[in-house]
Design a protein. Sequence first.
Length: 366
Amino acid sequence: MKYEQKNPLPLPPIGPTETVEAMTNTTWDWQYKLDKEKLMDLYEKGKAMTWNASDLDWSLPVDIEKMSSERAGMGSYEVVNQLLAPPHELDAKQSIELNINMISWMLSQFLHGEQGALVATAKIVEEAPLAEAKFYAANQVADEARHVEVYHRYLTEKLGRSFEVNPHLQVLLNDIISDSRWDMTYLGMQIMVEGLALAAFAMMKAQLPDEPLIQDITSRVMQDEARHVAFGVLSLEEIYRDELSSAELKEREDFVIEATYLMRDRLLMEQVYERMEFDVDVWTQWAIHTPFMVSFRQMLFSKIVPNLKRLGLLTPRVREEFAKIGILQFEDLKDSTQEAEVMAPAELIELIAAINSGTGEKAAQA
């Protein structure tokens, strides 16, 4: 396939490539017992549900600017000003640009996170102690390559604008890749990064309900990622339940807490405000405190929290930190082995729909 490169992504300060020093231990499994039925079931499901990125209908027109303009014409920017109370009142043009840049930023971080998953999962193939895990991770590597392909193609061919990797995400990905302990790769990527991505995908579908190509891409990616997160939970639960010393448990608590704050902070979207030439400090404070943005960030942890609980990592220390940022509310939801799907909260969907339609009265009720 000839893949024409259009609208290349902006680069982070480090440049076009980055090398991270990592200690990787290769583990052979000479038994090939293949007796972990749940892992093998996921492996079989993954093989059966493989799809080809080239089969998507890339001929579909995508015009987010036109879509945003039509919404602004229906009064959506007035609803944004009314309900979200931005630091300064937005006119229709600013509202359109802010919407497009936020969508572009979110999709760009999906892309960068998927490259992180691609590299981390290749590392899991080498490090995982069980053949079942190696089988599944090898299949997942191909999944992640497709995800990188579709998001890169959408951003560069269809949307025409993109963002460099968020610094907080970059730090987290480097931390995950550079850790020599195989279970930390699972914990960091399968549980934390991909667990958050699952919820973010649900929000993207709610934001662009009338854009068929991104709906198709996101549905396919969500289907894959739900399996990946379940794989991480199943791979770690026995080890974390039975084999961790108190010192090892504390190290994993520390990592979960640090990763949670890094992921929360990456969602403040400072890069969007910079591009819009807004006052970054003022808009960041708005993002930290405005109820919609707070709810948006909290919702993205809705699958991470019950998964950590299943793994025995929702310890008193972790609970204390989660309570501070308002995400402990999700602890009794079903984990990824019980329910793979993630749905955005109804009130957020109603609010997004009301903003999109310019119906302030509905939005106020939401």
